[in-house]
Design a protein around this ligand. Structure first.
Ligand code: FDA
Length: 307
């Protein structure tokens, strides 16, 4: 219940003003966000890759209704990828892009604008020896995001995408995207979705995640297992072993600041462990989704407000 309210609040302009304006929030946000600018991102990239992790870096922002802001986001990614290139990390550091931050929500031309912008980012990523993964947003954007992915993969086959196990359609999407060279990040799904398109019960979502994992691990693509859920991590490891997948044939992903001890254990056990590193000033939507995922985080947030 609280999770649904917080997930809905992540899209509310009123709640955004109230939370973003609170002077003490920043200290709490720092637990999940690597910094406000590219220097903060660079520090986190160096620290995490130096400690044996891979990273995927997200310049925060989403759902822009402003063409200028969409173009500025492309510039921010180009700067970020310049840093990644200078660090010479190759695919150990890739970037994650929300298409709604680069124009997808700009009316009838939105999809075309987002595609053009995403191409520019993919091109900068290629120059840096890196790659792009498209984040997946709420279900109204899934068809458009997969259409853009198809276009991008014609020129940049290394481009990946996140698929959300909570959506009823996703097992089929996994089948479509389980071919050679395809990079799919499987997540549970962070948006409040209606029952008509999504499983709402956590156990149903977990079972759907396991079914999708079966499809991806049996396929010929590169599964990216993005979850903090130990049971699903165990299922993924068993399926990878069953299908003879070695260390370089799949990877695990977790969010910056979430279960860092478990991230360390998986990396130490020899897995490729990639950490999703968000940075930037537009942290509101991302932060609220992290609170929605785990009610205990709301306690942490409230305690820090009163302390
Ligand atoms: P679940 O929520 O069941 O959590 C399992 C356990 O992990 C919890 O019991 C708790 O211990 C810990 N945990 C989980 N979330 C926590 C939090 N916020 N704070 C503290 N502990 C927490 N979603 C989406 O819709 N589109 C996307 O593109 C992405 N991209 C993405 C990338 C990566 C790398 C990850 C890891 C996740 C995403 N997500 C996402 C978010 C995803 O959909 C999901 O909301 C979260 O990962 C939480 O789900 P879990 O699978 O971790 O399971």
């Amino acid at each position: 219940m609280l999770g649904s309210v917080l997930a809905a609040a992540s899209r509310s302009p009123l709640a955004r003003r109230a939370v973003s304006g609170f002077p003490l929030t920043r200290r709490v946000v720092d637990r999940f966000v690597a910094g406000e600018d590219v220097a903060g991102a660079r520090g986190a990239i160096r620290r995490l890759t130096g400690a044996g992790f891979c990273v995927t870096v997200d310049h925060l922002g989403e759902h822009t209704r402003d063409a200028g802001a969409a173009a500025a986001t492309v510039k921010a990614y180009q700067t970020l990828l310049g840093e990644i290139r200078a660090l010479g990390l190759g695919t150990r550091a890739e970037v994650s892009v929300k298409l709604s931050a680069v124009g997808q929500a700009l009316g009838k031309d939105g999809e075309r604008i987002a595609l053009e912008h995403a191409r520019e980012i993919c091109s900068a990523a290629r120059e840096a020896g890196s790659a792009v993964t498209l984040d997946m947003e709420d279900h109204t954007t899934t068809d458009s995001t997969l259409a853009i992915l198809r276009e991008l993969r014609a020129d940049f086959p290394e481009t990946g995408v996140a698929l959300q196990a909570c959506l009823r359609r996703t097992e089929g999407d996994c089948r479509d995207l389980a071919g050679p060279g395809s990079r799919v990040r499987l997540v549970k799904g962070a948006y409040a979705e209606p029952a008509s398109v999504a499983y709402r019960d956590r156990r149903q979502v977990d079972r759907a995640y396991a079914r999708c994992l079966r499809v991806l691990m049996a396929g010929r693509g590169y599964p990216m297992v993005a979850t903090h859920d130990d049971r699903l991590i165990a299922v993924a490891r068993a399926l990878a072993a069953w299908h003879g997948r070695g260390r370089d044939d799949h990877e695990f992903q977790m969010l910056y600041g979430v279960r860092p001890g478990r991230q360390r254990e998986l990396a130490d056990a020899g897995a490729v462990m990639r950490i999703y590193v968000p940075y930037g000033t537009d942290w509101y939507g991302y932060f609220m989704r992290r609170l929605a995922e785990r009610p205990a985080n709301v306690g942490f947030f409230l305690r820090s407000l009163v302390s």
